[in-house]
Design a protein around this ligand. Sequence first.
Ligand SMILES: *[C@@H]1O[C@H](CO)[C@@H](O)[C@H](O)[C@H]1NC(C)=O
Ligand SMILES: *[C@@H]1O[C@H](CO)[C@@H](O)[C@H](O)[C@H]1NC(C)=O
Ligand SMILES: *[C@@H]1O[C@H](CO)[C@@H](O)[C@H](O)[C@H]1NC(C)=O
Ligand SMILES: *[C@@H]1O[C@H](CO)[C@@H](O)[C@H](O)[C@H]1NC(C)=O
Length: 416
Amino acid sequence: MQFAPLLIHLLSAIALATAVPVTLHNSAHGQSNVKGAAYFLTNEPSGNMIMVASLTSDGHVAFKDAVSAGGRGAHATGAPGPDPLMSQGALHTSAAGQFLVAVNAGSNTLSMFSIDSKDPTKLKQVGTPVSSEGEFPISVAINKKATQVCVLNAGLVNGVNCYTVDKSLGLIRQADTLRSLNLKSDPGPMASAAHQIAFNDVNDKLVVTAVGAPGFLAVWNVTPNGTLSENFSTITPPSGGMNPFSLTAVPGTNALVSADTALGMDLWDLSSLSAANVGGNQTASGRSASLAFSGQAANCWSSFSSKTGNFYFIDAGASIITEVNLDKTSMKPSVVKQYLQTSESATIDSDIASLGGKDFLYVLAPNATSIDVLSLDAPGNAKKVGSFNFAAMAKQMKVKINPDNLQGLTTFVPKA
Ligand SMILES: *[C@@H]1O[C@H](CO)[C@@H](O)[C@H](O)[C@H]1NC(C)=O
Ligand SMILES: *[C@@H]1O[C@H](CO)[C@@H](O)[C@H](O)[C@H]1NC(C)=O
Ligand SMILES: *[C@@H]1O[C@H](CO)[C@@H](O)[C@H](O)[C@H]1NC(C)=O
Ligand SMILES: *[C@@H]1O[C@H](CO)[C@@H](O)[C@H](O)[C@H]1NC(C)=O
């Protein structure tokens, strides 16, 4: 290994035992301490539900409600086990727009909900579910101004499509944004041809992590009016990279990071792209780099903390979280620390919420029917807050939970 010995932060049984009991009912008492909410999908083929939890200022999770996502979930063909959509971003919130968008992968639709800023556990559907204009929608992206939503279709009919946002009608199909990836999906209509859709930080590029040998980034230019370039540029991974999965924009730069299931992570420096070769084949150059993680099995998810300035990568196979720093000037990535989670809990989607001046990392652990919470106290100092189990609440509400079908995790914190 090329990096210094890593400190593995072992979680004690004591930390797990500190998890607060599941809250079964909304009550006036305790609401005042609700500082935000977390949401994930049951993604059941018989009916997709959005599981809703409140977040308190100390990072704790209390499961409150389950709301129909307005369609069916799905599980990728030939991919048993957790991570059914093989994606990051199956649902997303917009802080600026105070809404949530979720995919119904089995219905080829997406749904929009407004979020009550006084009680973000209250969701209200806006309009009706809209067609994703393709098959097996698995990931959504929302621009910073909350005026545009784009979806990634990863099935046999794969590609991207975008919508404008209407506060009363919901998502409105946007002309000149339906673009194909032209990927042959094998072995079936619900095999994942791609993993995530995201904007770069300045929102002038729409980026997809596509599956291939090697996998690649598909990058469309986004014009000021929101239309997409006719063709996408194909960016092959930096040396060592092979299977980019997630996408997290690096704030203040024209770069994104991806978890890479082949080794750890990739950094994509889009400022190095040739403007003269839009729609062509390009290589990741400039400050692009890849980095191997110790113990890597299946690094697929990533989040950024503005408080620590670091990225957190989630490995489902090893149940390890790896904290990575990018050097301020060279952008060279390095591992800060690794945090071992409960073995076989299959840690997947993650998000970071800022509550009471502190960042908390929320990680969906489907095999443990839990959300794991880490308090990001300082760089290299993430502390386990607890594992919050939702099995009892789901049973009480008669919501079907299959750990293999759960997907997506997103949080929302109302503006102060
Ligand atoms: C959007 O902008 C592009 C590029 O500037 C232009 O070609 C296109 O006609 C515009 N479309 C609309 C609907 O305004
Ligand atoms: C997009 O790609 C097609 C097929 O390669 C090509 O004919 C077309 O000119 C390209 N469009 C642009 C705007 O480069
Ligand atoms: C990019 O490279 C691939 C594989 O070599 C090739 O099939 C494709 O036609 C190339 N695309 C362009 C626009 O040159
Ligand atoms: C999930 O749990 C099952 C047993 O219930 C186990 O076989 C499997 O390896 C676990 N998955 C992961 C990714 O840890």
